[in-house]
Design a protein around this ligand. Structure first.
Ligand SMILES: [Cu+2]
Length: 125
């Protein structure tokens, strides 16, 4: 299940958008998140921000995310995030969009993601 999904408003469409959430595996089998889909962006992907020993941060695709039964994985500012590349529309505060998560077993889960302000830090805005 997905908890506390949220996203930040975007300035325009020529920079990627970003969304965060917590994924909790409430089942008895491990699940693997393999990809994202959304009508809002042509190339959504899961990224992770890492900071090297010089304090320089960069980000890149993380590929698959494995979640054991009873475990949860958080996508949050400074860590993993859903990167929404090639936005098809501006992300406007107060609106929501649909994000579909694709799992390795062929299952999908679609969540409505509310869009908060451009400087929001969490699901409370
Ligand atoms: Cu990113």
């Amino acid at each position: 299940m997905i908890e506390d999904a949220w996203a930040r408003a975007s300035i325009g469409t020529n920079r990627p958008g970003v969304a965060y959430m917590t994924l909790r595996n409430t089942g008895t089998d491990p699940v693997t998140l393999v990809g994202l889909e959304t009508p809002l962006a042509m190339m959504p992907d899961i990224h992770e921000t890492t900071t090297d020993s010089n304090g320089v941060s960069s980000m890149g695709p993380v590929g698959e995310i494995n979640i054991s039964p009873g475990e949860s994985v958080s996508l949050e500012p400074g860590g993993m995030h859903a990167m929404l590349m090639r936005l098809q529309a501006k992300m406007i505060e107060g609106e929501t969009f649909q994000l579909t998560l694709n799992f390795a077993d062929g299952g999908t889960l679609t969540v409505d993601v509310p869009i908060f302000g451009i400087a929001a830090l969490g699901p409370e805005g």
